[in-house]
Structure formats: structure tokens, C-alpha cells
Design a binder for this molecule. Structure first.
Ligand SMILES: [Zn+2]
Length: 67
């Protein structure tokens, strides 16, 4: 597996609902960030961006854009 498409992952902002930083990426058919404390989930990133860790990076960006 090449590192060609891997990139530094963005920092995750704390959960907008409970302030927790106990967040983890759920990466299966789709990818999204989930809060371990209140089970809030970020916007789902679908399959199409599956290059290296691009899906996880995008799911973090979308999580961070939530207000
Ligand atoms: Zn939370």
C-alpha cells in the first residue's frame, strides 16, 4: 500500500454538543466522526473519496464545520 494519498489528518474540534474530545472515526462503507460520550455523529462521507485516508480527513473537516 502506497503512502501517495495519505495526508496529515486535520485536528478534530471538540464535540459541539457535549464538548468532549473523545472522538473516533468510524470508517466502514461510509466514514464519519463519532463522539464516544454522547454518540453524536458527524456528516457522513460516502465511498467515492476512498483514496488513502482522504475519507477520514474529509469526515474530520465536515465534523469541524458543524456549529
Ligand atoms: Zn459529544
Amino acid at each position: 500500500m502506497s503512502d501517495l494519498f495519505t495526508q496529515p489528518l486535520p485536528d478534530k474540534l471538540p464535540c459541539p454538543f457535549c464538548g468532549s474530545t473523545n472522538l473516533f472515526p468510524f470508517n466502514n462503507t461510509n466514514c464519519y466522526i463519532k463522539c464516544k460520550d454522547c454518540w453524536a455523529t458527524g456528516p457522513i462521507v460516502f465511498d467515492k473519496l476512498d483514496h488513502g485516508n482522504e475519507r477520514e480527513a474529509e469526515s474530520i473537516r465536515r465534523w469541524n464545520e458543524r456549529r
